[in-house]
Design a protein around this ligand. Structure first.
Ligand SMILES: Cc1ncc(COP(=O)(O)O)c(C=O)c1O
Length: 452
């Protein structure tokens, strides 16, 4: 009974996969916040190096992974695929459950898959400093790690609630040589404005992005890096699904169902897009399920509309599922899933009916994560618990229906820095935030009016 499906280093993908090549309809244009006209590459130049802007707009199916990036990927890639025999037995399900484990990266999640190429392309462009935001701390850690390898200074704005919840994340970022600042902060004009209105503001990803962008646009040697949402970030993450395809073949199985959790959409895209593309090109079709928190239900209850990616409205307008850029989600424990928007490519795929979305509350996700840990040994990140819960529910459906389906999910990170959240869960201190209809309506009422 095989448990681990391992690829040799020589089998690591040499290309990332771009779903834009296989979309039956092209992605809606990205608009300039002032003119509301489609943005050109020069509009993005203050923020990103040319190579990443090219990747943002390319419709080529395959984009080569540069050799220096593959060299670093080899520190932990190819990542293992596991068959969850013990979880299957605990659930008494006839389903076969597989999980791709991204927690083997140095930062503990899928985020270095894009941090490494982003740092590499910025170094090639002569950039000295990168600024960024982080929610859970996983992305900030990943960019700090990448900065240390490519000799780039990194400043991370960490959402204040998560900065307070996870002091050791900051310590890891500092170990890699980065500077970590709680957001909202006094370092930026926008941070000072938010703090003047509310000195106890717990922060949000939208605010942290505004602070990071503000610093980047002021200095030609500084650029900004984003850990999710953008097309090039999703592109880099497809290395996950490309490996998983080879590993499912090794296991002599093909997934009937694929499950991933969604914050900004990057780990979900990473596992799902290569399979979606395979089906769009006439290959076998899998049912794909995105899982999000009920307290920040972008895909299941948001509106598909043009919106800003940040709270200060400095970013371009993209068409996406959004709760409104003024939405501050409650401080629940999956910090990486507290983003008001969704990646435009994921949103477009949703509109095209290429996957389903479900939402769960945090306590049922922790319950699923604990069951997983007690059977498979790995303690998942709170974000990843959403995917675990989604996969378990699919396995229980198979049990009810007597079906032997194959379920694949992305275990996108471990929870070793999230033990305070587990402690609160065991102490019965976690509450399930009822989604506030009125707050959503208010945030959505602030959507920009765009005639598209
Ligand atoms: C472990 C983990 N999973 C998931 C996410 C959500 O981001 P995304 O939807 O881009 O994968 C984060 C974000 O910080 C994360 O740290």
């Amino acid at each position: 009974m095989k448990t681990k499906f391992l690829l040799d280093e020589s089998q690591m993908p040499k290309y990332w996969y771009n779903l834009q090549a296989d979309f039956p309809e092209p992605l809606p244009a990205v608009l300039h916040p002032g003119t509301q006209q489609p943005v050109g590459p020069s509009d993005l130049e203050p923020l990103f190096p040319e190579a990443l802007i090219e990747q943002e707009v390319t419709t080529e199916r395959e984009v080569e992974i540069p050799e220096p990036v593959r060299d670093v990927y080899q520190l932990w890639r190819p990542a293992p695929l596991y068959r969850a025999h013990r979880l299957e037995r605990a659930l008494g399900t006839p389903a076969k459950i597989f999980y791709k484990y991204e927690g083997v990266s140095p930062a503990g999640s899928h985020k270095p898959n894009t941090a490494i190429p982003q740092a590499f392309y910025n170094q090639q462009a002569g950039i000295r400093t990168l600024t960024t935001e982080t929610g859970a701390g996983q992305w900030g850690t990943s960019l700090s790690f990448a900065g240390s390898l490519f000799d780039i200074d990194v400043t991370v704005f960490q959402v204040r609630v998560s900065y307070n919840q996870k002091p050791y994340r900051r310590a890891v970022m500092e170990t890699y040589g980065a500077k970590c600042v709680p957001s909202p902060s006094e370092l930026t004009e926008f941070g000072r404005k938010v703090l003047a209105e509310n000195p106890d503001h717990t922060g949000s990803l939208g605010i942290a992005i505004s602070e990071a962008v503000e610093l980047a646009v002021q200095d030609p040697n500084t650029k900004y890096a984003l850990g999710s949402v953008l097309n090039h970030v999703l592109l880099h993450q497809t290395v996950i699904g490309l490996e998983a395809m080879q590993q499912m073949e090794m296991a002599d199985c093909w997934p009937d169902v694929i499950v991933g959790c969604t914050g900004g959409g990057s780990n979900f895209a990473g596992i799902a897009f290569p399979f979606m593309g395979h089906a769009l090109r006439g290959g076998e079709k899998s049912r794909i399920v995105a899982v999000e928190p009920s307290a920040c239900p972008t895909l299941t209850r948001g509106k598909y509309a043009y919106d800003f990616g940040d709270t200060a409205h400095m970013t371009p307008l993209t068409k996406m599922h959004t709760l409104g850029s003024g939405f501050t989600p409650p401080g629940f424990h999956a910090g990486g899933l507290r983003y008001h928007g969704m990646a435009p490519m994921v949103s477009h795929a949703k509109e095209l009916g290429l996957f389903d979305a479900v939402s769960y509350t945090q306590r049922e996700c922790f319950e699923a994560g604990v069951l997983f840990a007690r059977n498979e040994g790995i303690v998942p990140a709170p974000e990843a618990n959403h995917a675990v819960k989604g996969a378990i529910d699919e396995a229980l459906r198979c049990k009810r229906e007597g079906k032997e389906e194959v379920i694949l999910f992305n275990l996108c990170g471990h929870g070793h820095f999230d033990m305070a959240a587990y402690t609160s869960y065991f102490a019965g201190e976690l509450s399930d935030h009822e989604y506030d209809e009125q707050e959503l309506a208010m945030a959505l009422s602030g959507l920009p009016s765009v005639g598209a």
